[in-house]
Design a protein around this ligand. Structure first.
Ligand code: PMP
Length: 460
């Protein structure tokens, strides 16, 4: 436990309410204050060095001290630190980034709308989709299909799309017409005796039955992370996304790929949808677009949506949506430089090349005590810890063992993320093979020490 010996920690406890933190426990333990970063490492205020095994919040592709991003920001700050994009005003960085995103996106997705966070992005997706359907006179076609354990953000609409119970509890969410379908995670959602193929068929039937029950003319869109992140790195079974796409197309339901984590190389492809075998109508991107050096999100959407939206804006007199910081010149300038670095250093290829050692190295831990499932794609992965490997029984107090592992990882110099009792890893895309080996070595130690401590404490 950290003692609150330093004044920064005291001030933090006194004044800052931290996201996704138990405030009372925080009063006792205080913060881990990160002071500076270098490559894949960050250093805390005592000088201790950590591998940032989560790339911050799944987001720092190019590492923690990329001078080219600092220079790109500084140059733009000097030239034009702020301008907006309302009322036909524009500026070069937002124009160039839009052109670049259209070039990178699947064919037919040529239009971009900006905001500053993934949550705002998915809120805007809801508004864009509703506006689109209203423009087409389909005023009933408004419901969203999402999945349990999905994470799409935390604002009113995006938080409603999110399918994680604790994110709804006591916030009076969801407030949208959203239907959460079964999460495509065979290990947890598959029933006894069911094969993975049968499981997939059951989920697809659930989708078809839901559409039949609700009526396709009431369902606007299906939103999903190609590979789910914050829900615990949940990888859908083979064929799942292709079939979801086919069912949605048959029923004229838009497909929204939430690429906020997957986008810009995380899965070893530029966007996650390609890796999972489907083509969306809309993508939400954020995080790795700027390596999170600046807040930025973009919604990249199809020509068909644009045409209807443009017509309607003409009829009404304006597309009456936008944020003060939409397409912020410094954020978009940093994004352009960040994407240039990703391309020049072939970081997408790096993720694809390191997928095998990273994923197979982690899967080698499957035989260790407490390890229920190891899963992941590209450079994102998770190790789920369980009370009983044979029955997959969870620990009676969810998250307790995850916190033990989290503390031990910190002691061993690795930042990971405990999602309940699942340990997530998502290192910066600049990792080398040697870095991956070091992450795996530390993970082995973390898992062994956690199992020992859990046994000593008699946790079940
Ligand atoms: N979508 C996904 C898939 C995410 O992982 C996140 C953030 N973890 C969001 C949306 C929300 O992004 P933000 O935190 O920037 O609002």
């Amino acid at each position: 436990m950290m003692t609150l010996s330093n004044s920064l920690a005291h001030a933090d406890v006194a004044h800052q309410l931290h996201p996704f933190t138990d405030a009372r426990a925080f009063e006792q333990n205080g913060p881990l204050i990160i002071d500076h970063g270098q490559g894949i490492h960050v250093f805390d205020s005592t000088g201790k060095k950590y591998i940032e095994g989560m790339a911050g919040l799944w987001s720092v592709a190019v590492g923690f001290n990329e001078p080219r991003l600092a220079e790109a920001a500084y140059k733009q700050f000097q030239k034009l630190p702020y301008y907006h994009t309302f009322s036909a005003k524009s500026h070069e960085p937002s124009i160039k980034l839009s052109e670049k995103l259209a070039e990178m996106a699947p064919e037919g997705l040529n239009h971009v709308l900006y905001c500053s966070s993934g949550s705002e992005g998915n809120d805007t997706v809801v508004k864009l989709v509703w506006y689109y359907n209203n423009a087409l006179g389909r005023r009933e076609k408004k419901k969203f299909l999402a999945r349990t354990n999905a994470y799409h953000g935390i604002t009113m609409a995006s938080g409603s799309l999110t399918g994680i119970a604790v994110d709804h509890k006591d916030f009076d969410l969801p407030i949208l017409p959203v239907i959460h379908l079964t999460c495509p995670h065979f290990y947890r959602e598959g029933t006894a005796g069911e094969t993975e193929e049968q499981f997939t068929a059951r989920l697809l039937k659930e989708l078809e039955d839901t559409i039949a029950r609700e009526g396709a003319d009431t369902i606007a869109a299906f939103i999903g992370e190609p590979v789910m992140g914050a829900g615990g790195v949940l990888v859908p079974p083979k064929g799942y996304w292709e079939s979801v796409e086919a069912i949605c197309r048959k029923n004229d339901i838009l497909i929204v790929a939430d690429e906020v984590i997957n986008g810009f190389g995380r899965l070893g492809t530029t966007f996650g949808a390609a890796k999972m075998g489907f083509t969306p109508d809309i993508m939400t991107v954020s995080k790795q677009i700027t390596s999170s050096y600046m807040p930025l999100a973009a919604i990249v959407f199809s020509d068909a949506i644009y045409e209807a939206v443009a017509d309607n804006s003409h009829k009404i007199g304006a597309f009456a949506h936008g944020f003060t910081a939409a397409g912020h010149p410094v954020a978009t300038a940093v994004a352009l430089e960040n994407i240039a670095i990703i391309e020049e250093r072939d970081l997408v290829g790096n993720a694809a090349r390191l997928e095998a050692p990273f994923q197979s190295g982690l899967r080698a831990f499957a035989d260790k005590p407490l390890v229920g499932e190891v899963r992941g794609v590209g450079l994102m992965a998770a190790v789920e810890l369980v009370a009983d490997k044979a029955t997959k029984a969870k620990f009676s107090k969810s998250g307790q063992v995850g916190q033990i592992a989290n503390r031990i990882a910190h002691e061993e110099g690795l930042i990971l993320r405990a999602i309940g009792d699942t340990l997530a890893l998502c290192p910066p895309l600049i990792v080398t093979e040697a870095d991956v080996a070091e992450i795996l070595r530390i993970m082995g130690v973390v898992l062994d020490r956690t199992a020992k401590e859990v046994a000593e404490l008699g946790i079940a």
